[in-house]
Ligand binder design. Sequence first.
Ligand code: SF4
Ligand code: SF4
Ligand code: SF4
Length: 207
Amino acid sequence: MAFGFFFDNARCTGCKTCEMACKDYRDLGPEATFRRVIDYEGGTWNAPSGTETAVPENVFAYHLSLACNHCGDPACTHVCPTGAMHKDDQGLVWPDERKCIGCGYCTMACPYHAPFIDQRLKKSSKCDGCRARLAEGLAPVCVEACPVRALDYGDPAELVVRHPGAVRSILPLPAEDATWPNLFILPSPAAALAAEAGGHIANREEI
Ligand code: SF4
Ligand code: SF4
Ligand code: SF4
């Protein structure tokens, strides 16, 4: 089986309720997060001349809510020397605490920066897709918490049918063939502008 997330890039307001709901549910401290909301922006505008005011040209800003993508070809599992980081039979990728030696290889290999070393336990930690809730037939907390219903989850084959037009990468994410992420994004018009002109992460300190 496989598991993935859907994200509506046009709908997301960047409120970070998903991120906070996850932190609350998983009891994460201020320095740890399983889901992050990236603010991405760019573009240029004409300088005003005479009595004119500034005229926006192709200025854009959008948000991207990102957790682990439970990838089709997970870089994290390939480098783990103990088999702690693994994909289970539900398609969820997560580190087995009993096997993890805290070497940090998975944190370096993941191009989405999903895993991190929990400094209290000295072990890898990351989004596990809320596997305990899934087992009870409940939605992941982040999906349930989003006030504008920008997130969805489930079998990737069903996600692409429910959300036609979804792609697997927009800026600033790596190309999809890096790990074949099970992340399906409905791009906003702003993402198309970014693809042409490039941009920058505006909240790097925060994520
Ligand atoms: S997003 Fe990173 S941690 Fe998650 S499965 Fe993919 S490579 Fe592994
Ligand atoms: S930190 Fe743990 S899960 Fe990550 S590569 Fe090392 S042993 Fe594997
Ligand atoms: S699926 Fe669960 S653990 Fe993963 S980001 Fe969402 S709330 Fe956090």
